[in-house]
Structures are given as structure tokens and as C-alpha cells.
Design a protein around this ligand. Sequence first.
Ligand SMILES: [Zn+2]
Length: 408
Amino acid sequence: MLDLLVKNARLDYHQGTVDIGIVADKIKLLEANIDTPAHTVIDAEGQFVCTGFYETHIHLDKACILDRCSMQQGTKGEASSQTSEAKKHFTEEDVFARGCRVVEMAIKKGTMGLRSFVETDPRAGMRSFKALKRVREKYAFAIDIELCAFAQEGLTDEMETYNLLRQALQQGADLVGGCPYTDADPNRHIELIFDLAEEFDVNVDFHLDFDLDPSHTSIPKIAEQTRQRNYQGRVSIGHVNKLSAMPPAQRLKLVKLLLEADIALIVLPATDLLMMGQDHTHLIPRGVVNANELSALGITTTISSNNILNAFTPYGDASLVRMANLYANIAQLSTDDEMRAAYEMISLNAAKLLSLQARLQVGGPATFVLLEVIDAVDAIRTIAQPLLGYKNGRPTFTNQKAVIHPQS
Ligand SMILES: [Zn+2]
């Protein structure tokens, strides 16, 4: 007897449709036409079943704060100052409520794993961290959340931040993150973040090269530190807009450094389309590097949301398929292979970055999402609607299919 049987599912790399038989929290059978009885039967009706999506870069504590910002120009400078000011007034309950709101949005969009940065400095204190630990615990039934203790606003000129990061790591932060471009001494900032990572044996994630000036970049320093400290495969960098502003030969040199150090790269199209090239009056650059090009060269690449409804990104529904579709459009993708690579940037690659498994297999966890589409490629092309999700054999969300009512 099975607990759950999903009939007529279309899976990646499978011909035709298959059935998925589940006992407790594991996949017991994965084959066509299973006739074992089950307590619950779901008919997937030939639609696509996958392991869901993985958000590798989001700020839960800075989400949904448009109501307390008064944007006049919509510039990067204004976004920084408004957010920094708003942060001083965050309370634990306030961060908890907004974090819950965004995590619920993400769950309903089929997100099964997520890495959130957590503002950890004298303005935020430990309030964001305490609140997001509660969010992580509350939604563990549906989503695996990683918390990255994060120095958003510099470190070398405000060493109190260093002690707060250490406190967060002592109290359960999963990794540590830095932002060298906001620091007066970016190289020292990078070293200090690596010092903490080594001390606590955790991964590292940097916000990096958040502008379009190709004349200097922090990539060589990050690559050097990664190799020196044997941190290959444990470092990721987000934004990295400068790579999009470089001619191919210059970009390739830096890509080689990333490859040698096995550093993953995260593109954040929603924020970067808004924040890059604001000084241009025409032919405004997109400012997002083509992650397909880097992926083809062997770099682990992912696509993420970064922010939801704040001054850096006054949009958002926490949908990763929508983000991949946006990226596909601006990276000028068109072929099935290109679209599949974009799909992997929110599924397989992103799960790998979060050290999670994203494979449907016998003996594996009964964790999956049913999408209103027939395959991965069309999921990206059409921004497919996730219909339902299960984690470890338990239902986590349901979205109703839209229905047309024709007039007779
Ligand atoms: Zn960010």
C-alpha cells in the first residue's frame, strides 16, 4: 500500500509519462502504470513534475518596505540611503511579519530552498537575525532556509559589525556574506569575511562589482582568497555587473579565475535592470552578464530575486520561473538548449549552491512540484504556474488552476 500515488507525471529526461509511488517521506516506485493501491491519488494529467526551485540570493528582512520609503528619483544612491534609514527602525516582529509574507509567496511559487541575507550591523543589531531564525523554523515543513549573516554597509570602518557577524555565526547563521564595494577598503573587507568563514567553517557569499565600470574588479582578490584558504566550491558572488561591461577577452580572463577557484555566480536581473545604467539617456545597458555563456564554460550559475518590493526592486512576487523568464528575455535566449540552461539556474544549479538534492529518484525524498506545463523549457518560456507541492511526502501548497467559462 502506498501513501501517495502521482499518476501521469512528465519528468525531466523521461520518455512519456510515469507514476510516482510514495511511502512516508520517500519515493518508493518510479515507473509507468503503477497499480499498487494508495491512500491518496493525484492525477498529474501529463503535466511536468520537478523538484521545485531554489532561491540563492534574497533579502527577507528588507522586503516589503515600500510603504516606509519615499522614493523621489529611484536611483541607487537613494535606494541605499532609504533602506539604511528604514533598517534602523526594523523591529523583530516587523522583520518576522515581512519575512513570513515573502516566504509564503515563495512557497506558493514552488520554491523549496532559499538563502536569505541577514543585515547584521550596528543599525540592525541582531533583530533581523532573531526574526529570520523564527521564520526559518516556522516554514521548515515547506522550505529549507539558509541564513547568511551579512555585512551590507562596510566592515573595516565599523568593526562592531565584525563582532555581530561572529555572534550570528555562534547562534546558528549558516554562512557569512560581505559587500566589498561599500567598504573603504574592499580587499581587507574580503579578507575579514574569509577569516570569519574559516573560523566557523561555513560558506561565503559576496555582493560584488555592483556597477558597470570595467576598469577594476574585486574578482581577482576573491579568487586569490578562495584558493589560499582552500575554499574552492564554497564561495558565491552576486550581481557582478562589471562582467557585462567588459569586452569578451577581458571577461574571459576573469572567468578563468572564477573557474580555477570554483566560484559560483548569481545573476539578479530584476534589481540590476533597474539599478544599472541609470546615467544613460539612451541605449540604456542591461547590466546583467550572460550567465549561459559562463555556464557553458563550466561555472555554476544561478538566477535569483534579490529583493521584493523595496527601493532596490520595487516589484516582485518571489517567482523564480518569472525571474528566469525575465533573465532569458534580457540575455536574448531563444533556443530550447538555452532555455533549459536557464531552468537549471533556478533548479539543479541553485540546489547545488544550497547543498540540497534536486533529483526525483527511487529512495530519494518525496519532494516535488507539479507545474501547469509539459516540460522544463516551456516552464521558462510561459512562466508556468505551480499547481501543488510536497516536501518529504507532506503537502505544502496548492494553487487552483484558472478555469474558462465559455458562454453557450
Ligand atoms: Zn542582494
